[in-house]
Design a binder for this molecule. Structure first.
Ligand code: ITT
Length: 212
């Protein structure tokens, strides 16, 4: 049974781009959100073999260190012609400098070295909301699209400039965050756009009080 959440939570991320998006997605629900960075929580080692496992590791660590419910996202971009890479290792491809220009260049170079013609990719987001007593909720979202080289746009973060979601002419890097979320709260609304907003909307429907 999904558990309802009110009050204060920790956003268990140290990634500034993700933090901005997660705060935006939480904003309509009147939930007070503090980040793992603001609380000085350490970054746990991501030893899982799936996005869901890594999200659970991060959420559990933040919940037990803070005594508050914690929301973590584990995500990545999976390139079909690279057998799903960088996938779980998307953050690591940015290296210690978190240089995603270099990571996108590596994707392009690896595709070229394989002579790949398939330009399909998808983003995945696994969101885990963990309570200090061990209760957990998991919701996942994904969005399919094509790769664009050279990457386009300076908005967003990470691999956004090289990814054009299906049905759209622009990359995530060329969209405002509102467009990237693509959330329309009306009852007959179509699915949100990004992997993260898709996972988030499912979680919000189950765990957050209805919007006023
Ligand atoms: P935390 O673990 O502290 O949350 P992280 O950056 O290490 O931060 P992940 O392990 O989940 O997070 O790595 C996901 C990487 O995938 C992230 O660093 C981005 O480069 C990329 N990524 C995930 N979602 C993305 C999005 O919406 N747009 C662009 N890139 C994204």
């Amino acid at each position: 049974m999904p558990r309802r959440l009110t009050g204060r939570i920790v956003i268990a991320t140290h990634n500034g781009g993700k933090l901005v998006e997660m705060r935006e997605l939480l904003a309509p629900f009147g939930i007070e959100a503090v980040s793992a960075g603001e609380l000085g929580l350490p970054e746990p080692e991501e030893t899982g073999t799936t996005f869901a496992e890594n999200a659970a590791i991060k959420a559990r660590a933040a919940a037990s260190a803070s005594g508050l419910p914690a929301l973590a996202d584990d995500s990545g971009v999976c390139v079909a012609a690279l057998d799903g890479a960088p996938g779980l290792f998307s953050a690591r491809w940015g290296g210690p400098a978190k240089d995603f220009g270099a990571a996108m260049a590596r994707v392009e170079a690896e595709l070229a070295s394989r002579g790949a013609t398939d330009d399909r990719a998808h983003f995945v987001s696994a969101l885990v909301l963990a309570w200090p007593d061990g209760h957990e909720e998991l919701y996942e979202g994904r969005i399919h699209g094509t790769l664009v080289f050279p990457p386009r746009g300076g908005a967003g973060f990470g691999y956004d400039p090289m990814f054009r979601p299906d049905g759209h002419a622009r990359t995530f890097g060329e969209m405002s965050s509102e467009e990237k979320h693509g959330i329309d709260w009306s009852a007959a609304a179509p699915e949100p756009l990004s992997h993260r907003s898709r996972a988030f909307l499912a979680l919000a429907k189950a765990c957050f009080a209805p919007r006023a």
